[in-house]
Design a protein around this ligand. Sequence first.
Ligand SMILES: Cc1cc2nc3c(=O)[nH]c(=O)nc-3n(C[C@H](O)[C@H](O)[C@H](O)COP(=O)(O)OP(=O)(O)OC[C@H]3O[C@@H](n4cnc5c(N)ncnc54)[C@H](O)[C@@H]3O)c2cc1C
Length: 481
Amino acid sequence: MLFAGFATAAAGVAAARAAIKGASAAQTGELPFPPPEDELRFLDGELRFDEESRAAAAVDFGHIIRRTPAGVLLPGSDRDVATTIRWTGRLGRKIAPQGQSHSVYGRAQTRAGIVIDMTQFRTVHGVQNDRVVVDAGAKWSEVLAATLPRGLAPPVLTEYLELSVGGTLAVGGIGGTTSRYGAQSDNVLELDVVTGRGREVTCSPHSNADLFDAVRAGLGQVAVITRATLRLIPAPEQVRRFMLIYPDLRTMLTDERLLAADNRFEAVQGAVLPTPAGWKYRLDAVAQFSGNNPPDDDALLVGLSDDRPAAEISTLPYFDYLNRLAALEKLLRSNGQWFHPHPWLTTFVGDSQVESVVSEELARLTPAVLGTFGQVVLSAFRRQAFTSPLLRLPEDDLLYAFNLVRFPTTDSAAEADRLVKANRTIYERVRAAGGTLYPVSAFPMSRDDWRRHFGSAWERLRDAKRLFDPEDTLTPGYEVF
Ligand SMILES: Cc1cc2nc3c(=O)[nH]c(=O)nc-3n(C[C@H](O)[C@H](O)[C@H](O)COP(=O)(O)OP(=O)(O)OC[C@H]3O[C@@H](n4cnc5c(N)ncnc54)[C@H](O)[C@@H]3O)c2cc1C
């Protein structure tokens, strides 16, 4: 008998079903496993077992992996999260917190466990001069909507603002200003979490620091983040944006090194773009300003080796710059490519190896495997800016995000599978060259791979797992334990 271990709970299943808000017994249908009646009676939110909710929780932006959960919790309180973690863990099932589901390889999914829909928690609480308290399911665009009117913003923002705070803190969160300020996970002052034991804990560098360090960039392995206190800095009103074009990889890398060393721009992002004529090398560099004080273009561009007549220079309101991916999203939604498989690969490569690794990979890649709107991200960051211990980086003082952002023009599963396999092969070459994985990547990682990935930080994560999630209830999508 499949569910023999659940006999005690099964006795109360009829009453438990009645206690599930928003779902009649008919909707719950064949309950894959019965939640204990006592636990459910006191839920502030809803636990859903209907097909529609479960099917919606089984997909992500990657459109490659599909795992259907047994149910979906719409939590009404931290207590709901704690309660659900406890009884799910007792039954030996898994919990997957889910933010905006922009994972590309099923990382926020669970087969036959419970998905916690974190989008229920999206309030942005009080904004102070140097910080804001936000629910972990809030999107970065929602955080900005509350802070920008006060002239404030988080120091680091992802290129796409419709990601959840919890979802990016779980991986790190990299943006154009990372060379100055590190990852988003380096700019958190305090976290409210529910551990894998179902305990509500507040952690920070000063209190429960081990937990704090295991949660930031910890792939959701030890706790669910319910609330975050984020650092804020003054926001500019406008930006001066310089799109600089380079004749080749080497020239672009030379300028990336120069700009990382003198930090003359607030944000710099490098990209290699597919064009019908071959690869195009581009830096997107931004200087911030407020009032009537635009920066001096000549002073900013001095000493750079770009093809100056090809440069595009513009002035934009700060939010329009931050929201720069919105137009592409609209286009890709309209042509269907937003819903195709997205076998992305995201890595870091050290400065000593970057030119050889990237030039060899570019020689193997064809623009077609990225798609017309895809790109190779190649942005330089100074290592000293990073502090989250679980974000694994190459040893070099200067390192690069080296990402294959693929937007295939086909929704072919066979093609996606081919690209997933290619990602694995490229990752192995990156790893052999001292590079590391940014875990937002579409290919399977074995437990040994993860152990190797975390390297000297493995024991920290393993010990935190034993302490805070000993039954291995949390976040199975990464397959770390
Ligand atoms: C279009 C696009 C642009 C992107 N741009 C960037 C970028 O500029 N920089 C960058 O760093 N990344 C970027 N990413 C990657 C993105 O940061 C990660 O995929 C992130 O995990 C997605 O956040 P989400 O809210 O969609 O999380 P989900 O996909 O819902 O979850 C991601 C992981 O975090 C876990 N998780 C979710 N919420 C919580 C929580 N509250 N507590 C604990 N664990 C949780 C999930 O279980 C899962 O394992 C981009 C992704 C896309 C699709």
